[in-house]
Design a protein around this ligand. Structure first.
Ligand SMILES: *Cc1c(COP(=O)(O)O)cnc(C)c1O
Length: 456
């Protein structure tokens, strides 16, 4: 590929001016969120006590393909976008593969991840509505950081419930959030009804995302002028993250790059959904074909071993129910170093696409993920986040397959962030102390038992 620069930087003027809503091109729309009491689809009014008005509209909009990005958000995007699409020539050389590998790097901002793309949008709409502040949960801390940055930009209060294990393991993440003015509470806390109940039922628990979500929702619903915001899973978040895919598509068009395989790690599905959306749109409209691969940890295998069913989005069951691939809202994955991939469920949009066979999924074990991370860091320079390294693993596997078959495929993967706050995990890996825990069918059965019996 002679005429392609190592790093493709679009101009500022080439940042897309609209987000792309893949639901508009889906024949079967993702199943709606439903009210746990009535089992009826959640209406605008049902959601108003919890979410911001404009974001509810985006959540419910299955038909508008392009939604204009407000100028205030576009201006903020210019601080760190467009993000580069890099031709991983050094990795190709190392692997001695005929494949062409590219990665879209989203780690070049203080949150160290793609989360800022949606955080700034959500903070903007909250501000525009005249709210005082927002509440949220954070696992690994990237989302909390992104939201803290966005709230400080728009002068909103920001209350973050941080999964206790991360709060303790990643004190510096916490301090970054506090530097941006957010308050950070370890979850489960004693400040909410749900938190107290979970602490009582599971003394000494180190928490989970599902549990932190319940706490954040409870505080938003009971505090005047506050709403709850979520960093993944929801349709609106995939919409905002489509900026990743739209820029990638623009870069590909500019340099005549034709991807065969597009790969992303999947926690709740936002970066993967954002990266693949415009390409999936082409596939759905019959204009092109791509192979899409979602990569998840073997310790939290929502797609590859989960059930496609209505389930609660949180442990405390205060949220609406979503139809998704799920391990059950009570499922607490074993300690795994990819904190951002430990959610029990998955985006309804991606769940529907996967269910229809339009996308594949793979699960990978964490030591093989860190092997891939090390290889990548040593040749491409960037120290990847453990989450992102799941995508690197499968990109390498696919490139090695090309080496066997001699096929010259073009592979694009999402490099969602950097791993500077994950050095405890790298330390474990470097000391050869990292283990791979794969839940048994019995372990999973316990989570499945909690999935409500809803057949719609
Ligand atoms: C949160 C996070 C993920 C996973 O979340 P998705 O919503 O599935 O994208 C992946 N990588 C990084 C760096 C993250 O912070």
């Amino acid at each position: 590929m002679p005429n392609i620069p190592y790093k493709i930087y679009l101009d500022e003027s080439e940042i897309p001016s609209s987000w792309y809503n893949v639901r508009a091109d889906m024949k079967t729309k993702p199943a709606p969120l439903i009210h746990p009491a009535t089992l009826k689809p959640m209406t605008f009014e049902d959601m108003r006590p919890i979410f911001c008005d404009e974001l509810i509209k985006q959540e419910l909009d299955n038909d508008t393909a392009y939604i204009k990005i407000p100028d205030e958000i576009l201006n903020f995007y210019k601080m760190y976008r467009p993000s580069p699409l890099t031709h991983a020539v050094f990795l190709e050389e190392l692997l001695d593969t005929p494949a062409h590998i590219f990665y879209k790097f989203e780690g070049n901002n203080t949150s160290g991840s793609h989360k800022l793309n949606s955080a700034i949008a959500q903070a903007y709409y909250a501000k525009k509505q005249g709210l005082k502040g927002v509440t949220t949960e954070t696992g690994a801390g990237q989302w909390g950081t992104a939201l803290a940055m966005s709230c400080s930009f728009f002068k909103l209060d920001c209350k973050v419930f941080m999964v206790k294990v991360s709060y303790e393991q990643k004190p510096f993440r916490r301090e970054v959030m506090r530097t941006y003015g957010a308050s950070v509470t370890p979850s489960p806390s004693m400040e909410t009804k749900t938190g107290r109940a979970i602490n009582e039922a599971h003394p000494g628990t180190t928490g989970s995302l599902g549990c932190a979500i319940s706490e954040a929702v409870e505080v938003a619903a009971s505090t005047e002028g506050y709403r709850y915001v979520l960093g993944s899973v929801l349709n609106q978040v995939l919409l905002h993250q489509s900026i990743i895919g739209l820029e990638t598509q623009a870069a590909c068009r500019k340099y005549n790059i034709k991807p065969d395989i597009i790969i992303g790690c999947a926690g709740g599905g936002s970066n993967l959904g954002g990266l693949i959306s415009p390409f999936m749109g082409e596939k759905l409209r019959g204009e092109a074909d791509y192979k899409f691969i979602a990569v998840e940890p073997a310790s939290c295998p929502s797609f590859t071993r989960g059930k496609f069913a209505y389930d609660f989005c949180d442990t405390g069951k205060v949220c609406p129910m979503a139809k998704m691939y799920t391990l059950g809202h009570d499922f607490i994955p074993s300690a795994n170093h990819a904190g951002g991939l430990r959610y029990h469920g998955m985006s309804s949009i991606l769940s529907e696409l996967y269910h229809e066979g339009l996308m594949e999924a793979r699960s990978v074990e964490q030591t093989s993920v860190f092997e891939a991370a090390e290889m990548f860091a040593r040749v491409e320079g960037i120290l990847p986040a453990p989450e992102s390294s799941h995508a690197i693993r499968v990109a390498i596997d696919e490139a090695l397959k090309c080496k066997e078959t001699g096929e010259e495929k073009t592979i694009i993967f999402g490099l969602t962030g950097t791993g500077y706050f994950d050095m405890t995990a790298y330390e474990k890996y470097n000391n050869h102390e990292m283990t791979d825990y794969i839940p048994t069918d019995e372990d999973l059965a316990k989570g499945f038992a909690g999935i409500p019996n809803v057949n719609l």
